[in-house]
Every structure is written in C-alpha cells, then in structure tokens.
Design a binder for this molecule. Sequence first.
Ligand code: SF4
Length: 433
Amino acid sequence: MASASFDTARRERRADPSSLDAIEKAPEVRPEAMAATGRTSLVGLTRFALTERLAAIGVPEREQRMRSGQLWHWINVRGAASFEAMTNVGKGLKAQLAEAYTLDRPEVVSEQVSRDGTRKWLLRMPPTGRHDHNRGAEIECVYIPANDRGTLCVSSQVGCTLTCSFCHTGTQRLVRNLSAQEITAQLVVARDRLGDWPGQTPPKGTFVPVDGSRFVSNIVFMGMGEPLYNVDNVIDAIGVMSDHEGLGLSRRRITVSTSGVVPHFERLGIDANAMLAISLHAVRDDLRDELVPLNRKYPIRTLLDACRNYPGVSNARRITFEYVMLKGVNDSDAEARELVRLLKGIPAKINLIPFNPWPGSRYECSDWERIERFSEIVFNAGYASPVRTPRGRDILAACGQLKSETEKLRARARLMLEDGIGAEGVYAAAADD
Ligand code: SF4
C-alpha cells in the first residue's frame, strides 16, 4: 500500500465530497503484515489461504488438500479453539501447527446486552503494525435475535470514508479495510458467545431463535464501513461464511448494504450471489447529494439502472431499499409517491428506518403519524414497507453509531445506562426467508 493513499484515508472527516475519487482506496492489511506480530490465527481464512498456511510449514503437496479439509471442518463446523481438540490430526502436525499458528479469535473488549436481547460486541483485531499504531483496530458487531432468525450485523472497514450526513460512523476517519479473515471472524466470535457450536448450549438468559432456526441465520453488512469499497475481502468472507461444508449460511440470507458503489454491483452479484440493499434515503439528487455524498458520483438514475441489472434480481430475490425517516427533509407524501415511481420495475422492498439522533446530528426523526402515512403510500403501491423497530436502544447498538459511541460509553456508561439513555437503535434488516 502506498503511503500516499494511507495519508489520504487518514485525513480529517467531513472532507470535500467532490474528492470522492481519492477516498475509494482504503489501506489493505496483508497477512504478511500481521505475521510480523507473531503467530497468526487460522480462524476465518479462506480454503485457499488455509492451504497456503499448510504449505508454509512444510506439509507435502499431496497431503495439503486432505489436511486443509480437516482443519476447515474443525474450525468452521466444530468451532475448535485449540489444535489439541483435533482428534484426527496427527500429533506431529498438531505440534507444527501450534508452533506456527493459533486459533485465536479477535479479542472481545466488551459485550453489552440489551433488554431486548440484542448483543453488541466491541472487538479488537490483532495489531497490524503501523496501520493501527500496534494497538489493533477496534470494530463492532451486533447480534439481533428474533423468534425465527438471528441476524448478525458485521463491519467491513474500520471507520468509513464516506460522509453520509445522517450517519455517525461517517464522522470517524477511515483506518483501513478489514481482511476477509477479520470479517469472517466476527461470525465465529458471535457463535462462540452464543454457544452455537456442536455440543454447546447458549449461556443462561441468552435470547436466541426459538423455532429451531440457527442462532446466527442471517448476516447483514451494515456495520462500520462501505462494503463495496472492500469488495474483494467481502466476497471472500461471504465465500467462507456460506461454504456448505463449513459455516454453511445461505447466500440468500447474506445481505450487503451499499450507499451505491455501482461499478461493483456486478461482481457482488456474480461472485458472491449475495442479496443487495441500497441506502437510498432520498428521491431527488440534490437531497441525496447531501445525505449520501457518493450520489454526486453515482446519481439516483445510474444507481437504479444498476439495480435493475443486478445479477439474479427477481421477485424471490428482491433488492432492499433503506430509507431513513428525517422530519421535514425526506418524509412528505410527494416523496413517498416519487419513491414508488422511481422503483417501478425493480423487485424491491423498502425498509423505513426511524432516525435516532446522535450528539451533533442535524436531523430529527419524522413523527410517527408521518412515518405511517409514508409507509401506507408505499404499501398501497404494492411494495412491502416495514417500519424497522429500533433494537438495542439501551446499549447504543446502532447502525452508524458503533465504535465511537462505545468509546464515549466507557466514560459515561453507568450514568447513561442507569438513566436509560440510548441515542440510537439497531434495525434488523435481514434478507427475506
Ligand atoms: S451510512 Fe454507511 S457508507 Fe455512509 S457513512 Fe455510514 S457507514 Fe459509511
């Protein structure tokens, strides 16, 4: 990575949105950089990377496929946390593996549990040297349980280069892209914490689906970052998460939410076969330019044309459009009707998201009657238009309000929680069943 692009990415937030070209590149952390810090973990690696690690410690080529299959099973099906547990791996190889590698997960710095069962984890990735001042990047992921599904909201970048004006994450500078391994490891940590491996049970009092569904049945890329600015790693992570001999999630239950990085739609659709969600939030370019500055580069018409052409889009695989309800800004009847007109011909559903103000935000949430009226217009035009229930308000588990709120929380935690103050909620926006 050129230091120039790193410097660019580290610039102060709220930069000139006209410099969008400059912000599309985020620092990558190669596995070699992580290796400089000592033994590296095998958790979350792709099959290819796992095989490479075996080759690196001298496993003969003729054995590599079989051995990586064994490791793959232990890591991704059994949730093994030590090489010792791998009963079908010989003693010698286990010792070799333990000498070179670990099965460590990202460190769980804090876990907060909402009264509604939502869980938020602050995770610290292993230090990567100069990229994160040897401290290890911190990101959050959030688990949102329901009776019939468990949704994990994962981060794809540390911070975000975009500056969506309604989003708190957009006020944080970008540190770097997460690797595919670091993205996948968020799922592994969630399954650890939920007791979701064979032979385990959830800790007492944990809210998990009650209808026999998997504890983590859905993944949404709606945490920190713009996933399509890290598209290679996101696609690789989806490959690991959905491998049917491993973590085994259905790709129909993996949703990638983007502010509209149009050039990567085709790759995401073809290579990851994931569900697509669009942060739309406005029906006019002048307003969307302000709310989602990337709109200056890929305006609404271009964005919606790309949606019409999204590989595999159909009534069974509808695109989700997210629309945050901002009082007096984007919530009129006329805008609801325009939304319906714009989406004509796109198999779509619309998630209406009540805005929850964060400190320093310039918007207010629309009144409830207004949200209902907006929803009704969209619904009467034939689109599903659920109003997303805020989740995890009491733990500040929020799209767009992740790490920074947690940092503040350390200082203000007890006071705020005791007062029941929560600035934001989480909106489960899982793919359709
Ligand atoms: S809404 Fe998404 S893309 Fe926009 S600033 Fe927030 S995290 Fe970044």
